[in-house]
Write a protein that binds this ligand. Structure first.
Ligand code: AHR
Length: 311
């Protein structure tokens, strides 16, 4: 009968398609959007049903999303955490429901490492180190170098660790110091707004040697503010950040920015590789899978922009 046929159809389809819930941070940056697109495209390619949640940079929204994925009985969950703390209870709930969790990008601070399968992420400390090492190699930084820092989201690994790496290198260079530092939440709009106020607080930015931004998006907003203050970004103030998004390559090609450390956004493939292997029985995945990225400068920016802008 039609009813029996429909029943068989539902049984077959629900038992074969893998369903994965993805609790994403938000869409605060070009990098984040590329990362979301990578997960969506990869799910489609593999015939995985993806339940996507955009938390608008709020951890409480992410926790709600994870609880809803558990209630829906998904086969696996990907979490790209906003902040590091506060994850233990909901990860325990997922474990109790026998749903594997893969952490991507920023970290979670938990005592019990069995609460997630693995974390796929870049070394944010190293990114900060690379940014500072480049800056400290510049002629402008050899005598006094006062730096403005735009920090990422408070409590996010990408902000905590990039600051750590950058400051460790700076500690070897007594002529250089961060004179102003504030969060601009990884967004372009905040980057502009916060930079405007920090430049005002620093006599219009005349004595500033460089801007260090925890991501390209904030740097792009700040570049606007620097121009509006009558200074030349990339010349009067060196600009260094992290991500390597197409818009920033454009800014480097135009001479408005100087350097960026690449953060790989193509994380969908590795995340689903881990999940599919786990669901097939591989339970001993290492706890950290590292991605890497190079430092990019103005010399290759125009070519990189052409290569990347349509991706
Ligand atoms: O956690 C990674 C950071 O988050 C990226 O550098 C930034 O662009 C994003 O918002």
């Amino acid at each position: 009968s039609i009813v029996a046929g429909l029943g068989l159809y539902l049984v077959c389809h629900s038992s074969f398609a893998t369903t994965v819930g993805f609790a994403q941070v938000g869409s605060e940056s070009g990098w984040r959007t590329s990362f979301s697109e990578s997960v969506k495209a990869e799910a489609k390619k593999r015939g995985i049903e993806l339940k996507f949640s955009d938390a608008q940079q709020k951890q409480e929204n992410q926790i709600k999303a994870v609880r809803s994925f558990i209630a829906q009985g998904v086969d696996a969950i990907i979490i790209a955490p906003v902040v590091e703390t506060g994850w233990t209870p909901v990860l325990r709930e997922a474990k109790r429901a026998r749903i594997p969790v893969v952490i991507v990008d920023r970290n979670v601070q938990v005592q019990d490492e069995s609460l997630f399968v693995t974390r796929i992420a870049s070394d944010f400390v190293e990114e900060g180190r690379k940014a500072a090492t480049w800056l400290m190699s510049q002629p402008q930084a050899q005598s006094k170098c006062n730096i403005i820092e735009l920090q990422g989201t408070v409590g996010a690994t990408a902000a905590i660790d990039r600051a750590k790496g950058f400051n460790a290198v700076l500690a070897q260079h007594p002529q250089a110091k961060i004179v102003r530092s504030q969060t601009a939440e990884f967004t372009r709009a905040k980057g502009k707004e916060v930079m405007e106020s920090l430049l005002k607080a620093e006599q219009g930015g005349k004595g500033i040697c460089a801007l260090w931004a925890h991501n390209d998006e904030m740097a792009l907003g700040a570049i606007q503010a620097i121009k509006e203050a009558g200074l030349k970004p990339g010349k009067d103030l060196l600009v260094v950040s992290v991500d390597a998004v197409p818009d920033y390559f454009k800014a480097m090609a135009d001479g408005d920015a100087n350097a960026t450390v690449e953060l790989n956004p193509h994380l969908g493939g590795p995340a689903f590789d881990v999940i599919e292997a786990y669901l097939k029985g591989k339970k001993d995945t290492e706890k950290l899978i590292r991605t890497t990225g190079d430092l990019f400068l103005q010399d290759t920016a125009a070519a990189e922009y052409e290569k990347r802008r349509l991706n």
